[in-house]
Design a protein around this ligand. Structure first.
Ligand code: UVW
Length: 276
């Protein structure tokens, strides 16, 4: 209790001292856009105020939360994707999932992140408001963005790739953000290799699946997932809110993120912060 209070005080001191904190997590709301691959977000109120009123007049309301771990802003653990039956490090995927949870590469093994964060505002470098639907962001685009911003990407960094698609998250037509008919912009296999060569710790984007949808011709389903999660052990963060940091041209920050310790799960909802 005392430690929590001290930590909170320090955070408040930092805010008063002029630190700006950007919330990179999306509010979790029923009906929000999400990948159709995952169970939808549901929040109900099975016990309402007045259902059980105590003698002294007090009552409590309690929620029931049902959701896939890959909806809203979330992190993909290394257990999420396999290739030819293998997870990262050659772990046998079938054996690892016996019992319905991944002891070895589940999201409980993803340590809280306090790292240098870099926002790559790709449409700004391309001179656009947003990348076009289904556009595959190339290594040349990533280089041009780094060059424009003067923010090199290095080992251990968390790199957040803005496609501009996040502006559609609150669109009345919930199908636009998920790109049902149009596709969604993002990196492909080549962009994933670019990130892996720079040995980043994690990579994220403002879209439901991090990478370009549908995947480029000749590529397997979700090639960037395979390259980053399976081949290189690089975590992915999806459905990030990147409009505010981009608006303020904040390209470097301290990135903070704490996954829920869901033992053996393939992913976790998160509420990442960018602190400058
Ligand atoms: C998709 O919906 C594809 O995202 P995730 O990588 O979390 O499964």
């Amino acid at each position: 209790m005392a430690t929590t209070a001290r930590t909170t005080d320090r955070l408040l001191d930092a805010v008063q001292a002029g630190v700006t904190i950007y919330d990179l997590g999306r509010p979790l709301t029923v009906g929000m856009p999400q990948s159709p691959n995952h169970p939808p977000f549901g929040l109900t109120l099975p016990r309402r105020h007045g259902d059980m009123v105590r003698a002294d007049g007090g009552s409590a309301a309690n929620d029931l939360l049902v959701m896939g771990t890959h909806v809203g802003t979330h992190v993909d653990a290394l257990a999420h994707v396999s290739h030819n039956g293998r997870l990262h490090g050659g772990v046998d995927a079938a054996a690892a999932q016996v019992g319905g949870r991944f002891e070895e590469l589940g999201v409980h093994t993803v340590a809280p992140m306090i790292r240098r964060g870099v926002l790559l505002d790709v449409p700004a470098a391309l001179g656009e408001e947003s990348c076009p639907p289904g556009y595959e962001i190339t290594p040349a685009d990533l280089d041009a963005t780094v060059c424009r911003q003067q923010t090199p990407v290095g080992p251990g960094n968390v790199v957040l790739i803005r496609s501009g698609w996040g502006r559609l998250f609150d669109d009345e037509d919930r199908t636009r953000y998920v790109g049902k008919d149009s596709g969604v912009p993002g990196i492909g296999a080549d962009g994933a290799t670019w990130l892996a060569e720079r040995r980043v710790h994690a990579a994220g984007a403002d879209t439901i699946a991090f990478e370009c949808l549908p995947p480029g011709k000749g590529h397997s389903v979700l090639p960037a997932h395979r390259i980053l999660l399976v081949d290189h052990g690089i975590y992915l963060i999806e459905t990030l809110a990147l409009e505010e940091v981009a608006r303020d041209r904040v390209y470097e920050f301290t990135f903070l993120m704490v996954p829920l310790p869901l033992f053996g799960a393939t992913g976790s909802p998160v509420r990442p912060l960018a602190v400058v």
